[in-house]
Design a protein around this ligand. Structure first.
Ligand code: ZN
Ligand code: ZN
Length: 295
């Protein structure tokens, strides 16, 4: 698949890495493996046929992985999980990246085989140092992203986390907020719990009434795990954070997070709140990513 021709003199660089000396259990030769340190921004690949080493930057690998996810997992935000990672590296290592001159494939996350007899290394026949050493020049791993991946439309970005902040009315001035915070401190934990339970009930009620419209567009929306209480700030005495999880046939579409500021007299009325919630669900059924609509 890869169409990049291998140059006779690949560019090579020296890196700071941890060095491990491996003793081959079969032919007793000694050879060296290098591993990036904790803060390194590159990955090391070893040929599964001869143990040759290549290095690729995290940025380059990330660019390739993003393209892979754009095509195969358009509704995943971020980097996916273990399964997606394994699928990506299988495709990347077997099709996108250059082949070794020995016809082997460069693999990440694997120790190099013995360069002499090609035996697999055994971990306890190795010893490493905790110091970062300068490696001999290591060539860069060449790869190409096929055009059908490179030109695929990108997914919406995950960073920063999608957040909707539901602010009922203008924020308080500091003096009023302080007064209300003092007032809120007097409030019993029961009354806060009652407030949160009321909010949860309102959300469930709206979700139930939207179920059939959501089902028509193959969506499910559920309330996320228990609300998180937020610390008071200078202008907000007290808040609880909730989330709505939007799924299309088991695939996560988006998570809409919102905070309810419970600020005594300034707390949202139920009418304001349910109006906002209905509007949000309306946008969701229209196929809009609500969390993307917020600047
Ligand atoms: Zn090789
Ligand atoms: Zn050997």
């Amino acid at each position: 698949m890869s169409t990049i021709p291998m140059s006779a003199e690949p560019e090579a660089d020296r890196y700071g890495m941890y060095r491990t000396t491996i003793l081959c259990w079969r032919c007793w030769c000694r050879y060296t493996a290098y591993a990036p340190g904790e803060f390194a921004d590159f990955m090391v690949f070893y040929c599964d046929g001869c143990g040759a080493c290549r290095v690729a930057s995290d940025g380059e690998i990330g660019r390739a992985k993003r393209k892979f996810l754009d095509v195969h997992y358009p509704s995943i935000r971020g980097w996916g999980g273990k399964k997606e990672n394994e699928q990506f590296f299988r495709v990347f290592e077997e099709r996108w990246s250059e082949q070794c001159s020995c016809n082997g494939r460069f693999r990440s996350r694997a120790w190099p085989i013995c360069p002499r007899c090609h035996a697999k290394p055994i971990r306890w026949l190795s010893w490493g140092s905790n110091d970062v050493v300068t490696t001999p020049p290591i060539p860069t791993l060449k790869f190409s992203i096929p055009p059908d991946y490179a030109n695929a439309p990108g997914r919406p970005s995950l960073h920063p986390d999608p957040t909707i902040t539901f602010v009922p009315g203008p924020l308080l001035d500091v003096a009023t907020a302080q007064a209300q915070r003092a007032e809120a401190a007097q409030e019993s934990p029961e009354s806060r719990r009652a407030f949160e339970e009321r909010i949860v009930m309102l959300i469930q009620e709206r979700l139930t009434s939207w179920t059939s419209r959501l089902t028509q567009v193959r969506l499910t929306v559920e309330l996320g795990p228990m609300p998180i209480r937020r610390e008071a700030t200078k202008t907000i005495p007290y808040a609880s954070e909730h989330s709505l999880i939007v799924r299309r046939e088991d695939q996560l579409v988006e998570t809409i997070q919102f905070a309810i500021y419970h600020a005594g007299r300034r707390a949202a009325t139920e009418t304001e709140f349910t109006h906002w919630l209905d509007r949000t669900l309306q946008l969701v059924t229209e196929g809009k990513l609500v969390s993307k609509l917020v600047p």
